[in-house]
Design a protein around this ligand. Structure first.
Ligand SMILES: *Cc1c(COP(=O)(O)O)cnc(C)c1O
Length: 449
């Protein structure tokens, strides 16, 4: 059989494409779109390197890394090989009472790469679950501390900042921004938490200690009730692609120490080099008590997340009433996911991620920054491999998406933000095409509301 024939067989006819898309529209939920008037979905046939290949024939340069998760490109031979080799041994075994090399190796790698003091790893299925695990760890820790001291447990709430995003499950939702997280809909069921103003001084701007006045006041007033403080380090992603001053994160660390509050850092979006540091909390030179990892952990291949904590937290929980941590997902330590995560981390180091990220950052500085002059643009922000264009109007998602596809790129804006976070292997030429596409749509009235 010739290669050409194989390709032809794999391709869907026009009527097959239409029928699949009709079924999709009829029965399949997609994230954050109406089920009665859904935004269009594009049918993907395959993806390779930085290209997403649509069934309709268009080839799109991927600017989104499939929501921050792809690092080394799609269909990578080394990642594929890791999966195949693991599948040939076993895809999964229960983690209760059993263990395996892929999970052990991954946990050792994570401990070695993350900031000092994070020595115990809890593997779970997704970012949101890793946040649930982090919150539960903090609450169970404070329970054990109160028990040990024989005092009444009061530290049962979390403190966080506005504009945050930590996932879509209920505990995670309770610490998301109350407005964009639509807290009013779930008022009766969400755990009430404390919210400080969002960090305001931008990354790279001069620092002022006034920035933490209100945060300090909240710590001083409510620390008896607060088990942990949770924050996305340096980059508030879904809450508006806001890059804040590292001194803010340093202040958070100090306040947590002062008031016996645990610091949870949600590195799900920022981890593995995205911001120019391997982990964003390195910008502030701090170690959290608990860290959440997800998204890029498997290089965008399979869902997997990790919650790391200090030995002290693990020990305290283990000495408490339950005698163990009360969590155990069915697919904990999934072998396929761990194997591909190991291969992805190896590639990160092999490919010299620092120079990959620096290359993207330099290109963004040269090519994306000038868009700040455009009359429709309010601000352009760049950090590491992240580039965001904040517009003065909200985008018309259906229109802008259609135009991007016509221009050969995959960029999915939200609200007033058009941002790119490309796979690390993107070339300057491909990056130029992405940025030119943004420049083009900025001139098109129909792409904005
Ligand atoms: C995406 C994200 C999550 C949620 O991860 P899921 O895998 O979608 O559950 C949590 N926190 C941050 C900062 C994220 O960017």
């Amino acid at each position: 059989m010739s290669i050409k024939q194989t390709k032809k067989q794999a391709q869907l006819s026009l009527s097959e494409q239409h029928s699949l898309l009709r079924l999709d529209k009829e029965h399949v939920w997609h994230p954050y779109t109406s089920m009665s008037e859904p935004l269009p979905s594009y049918l993907v046939e395959s993806a390779h390197g930085v290209m997403i290949n649509l069934a309709s024939g268009e080839q799109l340069i991927d600017g989104m890394s499939s929501w921050w998760s792809v690092l080394h490109g799609y269909n990578h031979p080394k990642l594929n090989k890791a999966l195949q080799e693991q599948a040939a041994k076993m895809s999964h075994v229960m983690f209760g009472g059993l263990t395996h090399q892929s999970a052990i190796t991954l946990c050792e790698k994570l401990i070695a790469l993350t900031p000092n003091g994070l020595d115990k790893v809890f593997l779970s299925d997704s970012g949101s679950v890793s946040v649930e695990v982090a919150m539960k760890m903090a609450l169970q820790y404070q329970h054990a501390v109160a028990e040990k001291k024989q005092c009444v447990l009061t530290k049962t709430k979390l403190l966080t900042v506005k504009n945050g995003y930590h996932g879509d499950t209920f505990a995670a939702m309770s610490v998301c921004d109350p407005v964009t997280g639509m807290h009013q809909i779930f008022e009766q069921v969400l755990m009430p938490q404390y919210f400080a103003p969002a960090p305001n001084i931008k990354f790279g701007e001069p620092w002022s200690t006034d920035e933490v006045t209100e945060l300090s006041r909240l710590f001083a007033k409510h620390h008896h009730d607060i088990a942990a403080f949770i924050i996305e380090p340096i980059v508030q992603g879904t809450g508006g692609m806001r890059f804040y001053h590292p001194e803010y994160l340093k202040a958070c660390r100090l306040l947590c120490d002062q008031y016996g509050v645990l610091l949870i850092v949600d590195e799900i979006a920022t981890g593995f080099g995205r911001t120019g540091k391997l982990f964003a909390c390195e910008w502030a030179d701090i170690s959290p008590d608990i860290m959440c990892l997800g998204k890029t952990l498997t290089g965008g291949y399979i869902t997997l997340a990790a919650t790391l904590c200090s030995s002290h937290i693990a020990q305290t929980i283990s000495e408490g009433e339950a005698g163990c941590f009360m969590h155990g997902p069915t697919f904990m330590g999934n072998a396929l996911a761990c194997a591909v995560a190991n291969a992805s981390i190896d590639l990160l180091i092999e490919n010299n991620w620092q120079s990959q990220v620096k290359g993207i950052e330099n290109a963004l500085n040269t090519l994306l920054s000038p868009l700040a002059e455009h009359p429709r643009v309010a601000d352009v922000r760049i950090l590491g491999s992240i580039g965001a264009v904040e517009c003065k109007q909200t985008v018309n998602l259906a229109q802008i998406q259609k135009r991007f596809v016509e221009l050969g790129v995959w960029i999915r804006p939200f609200g007033q933000l058009i941002y790119i976070i490309p796979p690390l292997i993107i070339t300057t030429m491909q990056l130029t095409t992405l940025i030119n596409a943004i420049a083009t749509v900025l001139n098109e009235e129909q792409c904005f509301n």
